[in-house]
Ligand binder design. Structure first.
Ligand code: ZN
Length: 327
C-alpha cells in the first residue's frame, strides 16, 4: 500500500507512512520488514520479530501528562525503541512527585525543573527523539503536535485534558490510550484493605466507546479546570460562592500501581501492532482490580446519544475552522 498527496496539479509528495487503525494497528511504508536489525533490540526481535522493531522506530507517540503513569510510559517506550516521543505537561517537579515520577530527583525540586525536562533527560542516550511541550494541552502548539502523533497516551488526571483527548481520538481517528488509577483507602478503623484499587486502560478511537460513555469524565469539573487556567480571579470568586468545584485533597498514589497501569497500556499498543495475544484479543477497556489480583475486560458501554463516539459524522473529520469545533 502506497499513497501520495497532490499539492498542486503537477506536484506530489509520497506518503511516508500509512496507518490503519482498529483493533489492529497496521503500518504501511516502503521497505517494511527490510529494516537494519538493531543490536540493542535483538532480544526483543527474538520475541516479536524484526518488523515490530522497525514499526516502533517510525512511530510518533504523544504522552499527555507526565506524572506517575506518564513518566513510566515514557521510560518503557524509550527502552522499546520508539522513534519519536512528544511529552506534554505544564508542571514542574514537586517533592510530592518523587515517590512515583520516574527520572526525577530531589535537586529537580529545588530547581523547579519541568517534568517534561526530567523525563527527557532520562531518555538521553537511547535511539529516541524527544520533543517537550511545557504547555497546557489546549495551547495551539500542543494541538498541532498532537496531529502528528500516530498514537497518544492519555496520562493526565484532569478532566479538561481528558475531554480534549476524547474528542481528538474521533475527529482525527488517532488512537488515544487513556490511563487511570483509582486508589481509595478504607474508612473503617483498623482495616488495612483498600476500599478500591483499580487501574484502567481505555482505548479511544472510532468504533470504541468514549470516556463520556464510560463515565470517566465529569464535564462540569472540566469546565471549572478550564476557568481556573484562563481566568483565575473569576475562578476564585466563584469558588468562594461555591459555584465551582475546588480541588479536593490529593489522592493517594503509589509507584507500583502507577507503573503497573503504564505497563498494561503499552501491552495494549504492542498487541495492536503485532498481535501477540492472538486474534480478537484487543481490549478496549481493561480494568485491573489490584486487591483481587484479576483483570476485567469491561467491554463497550455506549450512551445512544453520545455526541462523540456514537456520532459517526465527526469521525475522521480532521481539521475544522475551530480545532475540534470547540477551541
Ligand atoms: Zn461516547
Amino acid at each position: 500500500m502506497i499513497g501520495r498527496l497532490w499539492v498542486s496539479r503537477n506536484k506530489n509528495i509520497p506518503l511516508i507512512l500509512i496507518r490503519i487503525v482498529g483493533n489492529a494497528i497496521r503500518l504501511h511504508y516502503p521497505d517494511r520488514g527490510k529494516g537494519i536489525p538493531s543490536s540493542i533490540l535483538q532480544r526483543q526481535a527474538l520475541a516479536f520479530g524484526e518488523s515490530l522493531n522497525q514499526d516502533l522506530s517510525l512511530l510518533r507517540v504523544g504522552i499527555v501528562g507526565c506524572g506517575g503513569t506518564g513518566s513510566a510510559v515514557a521510560m518503557l517506550l524509550g527502552r522499546l525503541g520508539i522513534g519519536h516521543i512528544a511529552l506534554f505537561d505544564k508542571d514542574v517537579v514537586e517533592e510530592s512527585n518523587l515517590n512515583r515520577l520516574h527520572g526525577a530527583f530531589r535537586d529537580d525540586v529545588k530547581q523547579k525543573l519541568p517534568k517534561v525536562q526530567a523525563i527527557a533527560r532520562s531518555l538521553l542516550g537511547l535511539d529516541v527523539k524527544v520533543q517537550v511541550f511545557q504547555e497546557w494541552i489546549n495551547e495551539d502548539v500542543c494541538c498541532e503536535a498532537l496531529k502528528s502523533c500516530d498514537v497518544i497516551f492519555g496520562c493526565t488526571d484532569d478532566h479538561s485534558g481528558r475531554l480534549l483527548l476524547n474528542r481528538f481520538a474521533y475527529y482525527y481517528a488517532t488512537p488515544v490510550i487513556d490511563l487511570g488509577l483509582a486508589l481509595e483507602v478504607a474508612n473503617d478503623v483498623g482495616s488495612l484493605k483498600f476500599a478500591c484499587a483499580d487501574g484502567r486502560v481505555t482505548v479511544l478511537m472510532p468504533k470504541h466507546s468514549c470516556l463520556l460513555c464510560h463515565g470517566v469524565i465529569d464535564p462540569v469539573q472540566a469546565r471549572d479546570e478550564n476557568l481556573k487556567r484562563t481566568d483565575p480571579d473569576e475562578f476564585e470568586r466563584r469558588k468562594k460562592e461555591a459555584y465551582v468545584l475546588g480541588e479536593g485533597n490529593p489522592s493517594p498514589a503509589v509507584v507500583t500501581f502507577t507503573t503497573s497501569v503504564a505497563i498494561m497500556a503499552i501491552e495494549e499498543l504492542l498487541h495492536r501492532l503485532q498481535g501477540w495475544r492472538g486474534e480478537n484479543n484487543a481490549i478496549a477497556n481493561r480494568v485491573r482490580k489490584f486487591t483481587l489480583t484479576i483483570d476485567r475486560n469491561q467491554g463497550a458501554t455506549y450512551n445512544p446519544n453520545c455526541p462523540i463516539c456514537v456520532n459517526q459524522e465527526i469521525w475522521g473529520l480532521g481539521d475544522r475552522d475551530l480545532f475540534l469545533e470547540v477551541l
